[in-house]
Design a protein around this ligand. Structure first.
Ligand SMILES: C[S@@+](CC[C@H](N)C(=O)[O-])C[C@H]1O[C@@H](n2cnc3c(N)ncnc32)[C@H](O)[C@@H]1O
Length: 253
């Protein structure tokens, strides 16, 4: 089946890391206004359930701090702060427009005392070593070419014994679902995006980045190779999305 042509964003397979980072920054600064709506609409609100599942798995035991890396408009931060009233949350993202939208939501929910959303790069987190009981990233790692560096940074700022959580969409491997999902990603999704988004080409990038993401097994191995132990993986909604949880070993600094 031939893929629809996207003249704006070349495949992630054909661009350099720098070009890809530029694309990611442009995409998220141009789709901010409709980001939350399209997330919920295109996933039939499954994204809400996936974040909720992730939040339920969090364990706060020492510093009561949570880092939301690549926080976007702050849904994981807000969900965690509501579920665990004792924690404080730092969210970082390198697209100011996303942060601004997130700050508005945080204010509206009356959570400004608990959640600080700030500009920053997941590849060089602006936090000291061993600061957070839990560090999480929802739908961010797919957009980061140097995944290992992002994982190393998350591990560095996590306390020994703490959790690193990665929630990410991936391409299904079951043959029937694979075909249906391919059609959805490459034909239906861009169609909906054309109707609702100011930058529909961004949704070709979404499909492309999902199809080029490592398998859950490969990704678990990458987490182990960056120093995490006891890596667990949970398939969500037939494996459209997976939650990976790694532990920072006790002896690590
Ligand atoms: C698909 S959105 C996910 C946002 C949010 N976590 C959520 O659950 O909706 C991906 C986000 O990752 C951010 N991002 C990508 N690479 C980043 C990096 N190196 N540092 C910080 N943020 C990054 C983008 O700006 C964007 O806001």
């Amino acid at each position: 089946m031939e893929k629809p042509i996207n003249n704006k964003y070349p495949s992630v397979k054909t661009v350099t890391d720098e070009e890809r980072i530029g694309m990611v920054k442009e995409i998220f600064s141009t789709i901010t206004g409709k980001y939350d709506f399209l997330n919920h609409f295109l996933s039939l609100r499954r994204d809400v359930a996936w974040r909720r599942f992730t939040i339920k798995k969090m364990r706060f035991f020492k510093t009561n701090r949570f880092l939301d890396a690549a926080c976007g408009t702050g849904d994981l931060s807000i969900g965690a702060a509501l579920k665990y009233p004792k924690i404080s949350v730092v969210g970082i993202d390198f697209v100011l427009e996303m942060i601004k939208a997130g700050k508005n939501k945080v204010e509206k929910k009356g959570l400004s005392e608990k959640i600080a959303l700030m500009h920053g790069d997941a590849l060089a987190l602006p936090s000291c070593d061993s600061t957070f009981d839990v560090t999480g990233m929802a739908f961010g790692i797919r957009n980061i070419p140097d995944r290992r560096q992002a994982l190393r940074e998350m591990l560095r700022v996590t306390v020994p014994g703490g959790q690193v959580m990665i929630l990410e969409m991936t391409f299904m491997r079951n043959r029937l679902f694979r075909i249906l999902y391919y059609v959805y990603l490459n034909y239906l999704l861009p169609l909906f995006a054309k109707v609702f988004s100011t930058n529909p080409a961004a949704y070709y990038y979404l499909a492309d980045s999902i199809m080029n993401f490592p398998t859950p097994e490969e990704f678990a191995k990458i987490m182990e190779e960056t120093g995490m132990t006891e890596v667990e993986k949970y398939p969500l909604t037939f494996g459209i999305t997976w939650l990976h949880i790694g532990k920072k070993p006790q002896q690590a600094t």
